[in-house]
Design a protein around this ligand. Structure first.
Ligand code: ZN
Length: 404
């Protein structure tokens, strides 16, 4: 016979082994999803700008296979659509492009919907247990104009309590009618963020929003922390050290804080920079697998990761510039220059306009692209000025032209 201590040890070994096998199966699944991504991704939506035609075509195509509803109209009268899919009792509300120029998560949401037709096993688990209501573009006017704000210049993510805008009213009505058990609030973040104090970009960031100024942890908040911890575990296998955690200062005007305060576990997603991927075609993949992992965890009622795992994700820092030119010798002394791209919508394409953001000592910052000038003579084209705020498309290093 075994004594109690031997039985405890035995049980521990079994649980450990089971968890390990389970995790490696999960990783294998996501590895194959990433490898097969081109087979199911929504090819009509790509790059940073999603045109009105492209979006309406995609919505129209899905409307033939998924219950699609016009939930209301934007301030300029554009339709705001939702998709409803799944027969389960656990209801999940997802909205993307509340900020019109944040398109990566919209691409990922369409990819997830396509994936449900591609992999019946995963689809069955999620859609038998959950009912998803997805608003792919909450701010269609901002989406067309490629602006964060809506057509009245209002940031919808600061309009949660007053609800002055049609788009906010649509989301609130949907929330009250659908009564979700979970909310997923999908966004993009700028390229400036690092995952903690490191030279790793925050390719994906999360936040379990606070529900009060003390940033206490209640049950709703703990549940969303657990979901984030789950997704982080998967993402670490594919983008190690590139997951960040957003600052949790409380602001009741932010929609995530608002819904969390109502007691609905809410997760904020932020799609960020991956090396050389300004079109965010790689990041969309990581958002997709993070979404699938969270939906699967909800479907299996497998959401008991401790809050410490959430807090082990490093908090975002602003340590990146798009380009850093180090040790450039100008007439008087060597300087470092930081350049940040500004996104400009031209003919339905996003152009990345390089602007000098900072001149000075940049030794504690990182560039997504680093140019080591090696004290060589740095010269500007005659028409440009070496001044913060100026455009820097190219420069000369000892007569060699470098394009920014
Ligand atoms: Zn946003």
């Amino acid at each position: 016979m075994y004594n109690q201590s031997q039985i405890n040890t035995f049980t521990f070994v079994i649980i450990f082994f089971y968890t390990f096998v389970n995790m490696s199966q999960t990783i294998q699944l996501y590895d194959s999803i990433l490898k097969e991504y081109d087979s199911f991704k929504e090819v009509n939506l790509s790059g940073r700008y999603l045109s009105e035609e492209g979006l309406l075509n995609a919505i129209h195509r899905f409307s033939k296979i998924i219950k699609t509803k016009k939930e209301g109209v934007s301030e300029e009268g554009r339709s705001i659509f939702s998709f409803e899919i799944g027969k389960g009792s656990t209801k999940i509300l997802i909205w993307s492009q509340m900020h019109g120029n944040e398109t990566t998560t919209t691409k990922a949401v369409f990819d997830v919907l396509n994936y449900f037709s591609y992999d019946q096993v995963v689809a069955d688990v999620i859609l038998k247990n959950c009912k998803l209501l997805i608003i792919p573009v909450l701010n269609p006017d901002g989406a067309i104009a490629y602006t964060r704000v809506n057509s009245n210049g209002v940031d919808l993510n600061r309009d949660a309590t007053v609800q002055t805008q049609s788009e906010s009213k649509v989301l609130q009505r949907v929330y009250h009618e659908f009564q979700p058990s979970f909310c997923l609030n999908m966004h993009d973040q700028r390229t400036i963020f690092s995952a903690g104090r490191s030279n790793h970009p925050a390719t994906v960031s999360f936040l379990s929003p606070a529900y009060n100024t003390q940033r206490d942890i209640n049950q709703a908040r703990e549940v969303s922390m657990s979901l984030i911890a789950k997704a982080n575990k998967v993402l670490q296998q594919f983008i190690p050290n590139q997951v960040g955690r957003y600052d949790d200062s409380f602001n009741i005007n932010c929609i995530g804080d608002y819904f969390q305060q109502k007691g609905t576990p809410t997760v904020l997603f932020e799609a960020g920079h991956f090396a050389h991927d300004y079109e965010r075609e790689q990041t969309r993949r990581f958002i997709c697998i993070a979404l699938l992992e969270m939906l699967t965890a909800v479907a299996n009622n497998d959401i008991v990761a401790p809050a410490q795992e959430y807090f082990s994700i490093p908090e975002n820092e602003k340590l990146f510039y798009d380009v850093i030119i180090r040790g450039a010798t100008t007439e008087d002394k060597p300087v470092d220059l930081a350049v940040q791209y500004t996104e400009v919508l031209t003919n339905k394409q996003i152009q990345f306009l390089p602007i000098i953001e900072k001149i000075g000592d940049l030794s504690s910052y990182y560039g997504h692209r680093e140019v080591n000038a090696n004290q060589l003579l740095f010269q500007l084209k005659p028409s440009t000025l070496l001044k913060e705020g100026e455009v820097l498309k190219e420069f000369l290093l000892n007569d060699k032209v470098i394009v920014v």
